[in-house]
Design a protein around this ligand. Structure first.
Ligand SMILES: Nc1ncnc2c1ncn2[C@@H]1O[C@H](COP(=O)(O)OP(=O)(O)OP(=O)(O)O)[C@@H](O)[C@H]1O
Ligand SMILES: [Mg+2]
Length: 287
């Protein structure tokens, strides 16, 4: 056992991945499928990277994954190889366009859809090794609340829920948050409204969900922003080039960029609060 721990330590030390102080884990999820989670995750990651932060996108839509397809970068190794213990977490990290690091989820493997507790535990251990190597770890999950997605939501420090203005998507987003909450979990959710006709529609959609979440779940639901409905998204998908690279000036890319800057601003505030909180506590100890 000790030998194994030592081997892992050595493995971590010998990798040339840059170390950052601590990795923030963010999960991206939705109630309804096809609302734009994967495209958002990818382009949000690229926007964060453009601002000087290292990001690893982790395709957690296990078994139905497609981040590698969106990136146009076939991945020789994916989660399947990790779970079968053929590869380590370091071996399955791929580099996509713009130097974006990602881990492919693997698709078409029936075995991946239902993971045993033992496999999930090993998986969690391996993911923990990533701590400190990137600023942000972004989990792109499948739609709806499976046992696996719930684990990703609970493992993250915050979860971004993506919805569109369509009532079905809104209802499902609310249902997902309700399920998580009624299972007794306190999760920091934030909202992104995708495919809005204009900002007014985005604001109305966000206000609707926020009010219902506050009233019935006693839950605060900060809004990260809106992304316009934009034909360039589909064009980029067809070309297998991320939107922010193919059409950086498109309305959707600009929306995602704004979300990234708001996200980073909040991050800075959070860290400052942490530091000032630290000084407050120190002062109290001294007085
Ligand atoms: N802002 C947008 N404007 C126009 N079309 C969009 C936008 N965002 C996403 N789409 C379209 O929706 C499709 C589905 O997006 P995506 O694969 O990112 O959704 P998803 O939520 O990850 O789906 P799944 O639940 O299957 O994982 C895209 O291929 C694209 O055509
Ligand atoms: Mg997806």
């Amino acid at each position: 056992m000790n030998d194994q721990a030592e081997a892992l330590r050595q493995l971590v030390q010998t990798r040339e991945f840059p170390r950052s102080s601590a990795t923030r884990i963010v999960t991206v999820t939705s109630g309804k499928g096809g609302v734009g989670k994967s495209n958002f995750s990818l382009n949000f990651a690229m926007a964060l990277q453009k601002r000087g932060h290292s990001v690893l996108v982790f395709d957690a839509d296990i078994g139905m994954a497609n981040i590698d397809v969106l990136l146009g970068t076939p991945a020789p190794y994916n989660l399947f190889h990790l779970l079968k213990r053929e590869k380590t977490i370091w071996d399955i990290i791929q580099t996509g366009p713009g130097g974006l690091q990602f881990i492919a989820g693997g698709s078409g493997f029936q075995e991946l859809v239902r993971l045993s507790d033992e496999e999930l535990e090993y998986f969690a251990e391996q993911v923990a090794l990533l701590n400190g190597h990137v600023d942000f770890l972004l989990f792109d999950t499948g739609a709806g609340l499976s046992k696996q997605t719930l684990r990703f939501i609970l493992a993250a420090e915050e979860t971004i829920v993506v919805t569109t203005p369509e009532p079905t998507s809104i209802t499902d987003a609310y249902a997902l948050m309700k399920m998580v909450k009624t299972m007794g979990n306190e999760v920091a959710f934030r909202l992104v409204v995708n495919r809005v006709g204009d900002d007014r529609e985005g604001r109305q959609t966000a206000d609707n969900i926020r009010q219902v979440a506050a009233k019935y779940l006693g839950m605060e639901l900060p809004v990260l922003g809106f992304i316009p409905d934009d034909a360039n998204v589909s064009k980029a998908v067809k070309r297998q080039i991320p939107l922010t690279a193919a059409f950086p000036d498109s309305a959707a890319a600009r929306g995602i960029d704004l979300i990234a800057s708001r996200f980073l601003l909040e991050e800075r505030k959070r860290r400052d609060r942490g530091i000032s909180g630290f000084f407050q506590r120190m002062k109290r100890l001294w007085s």
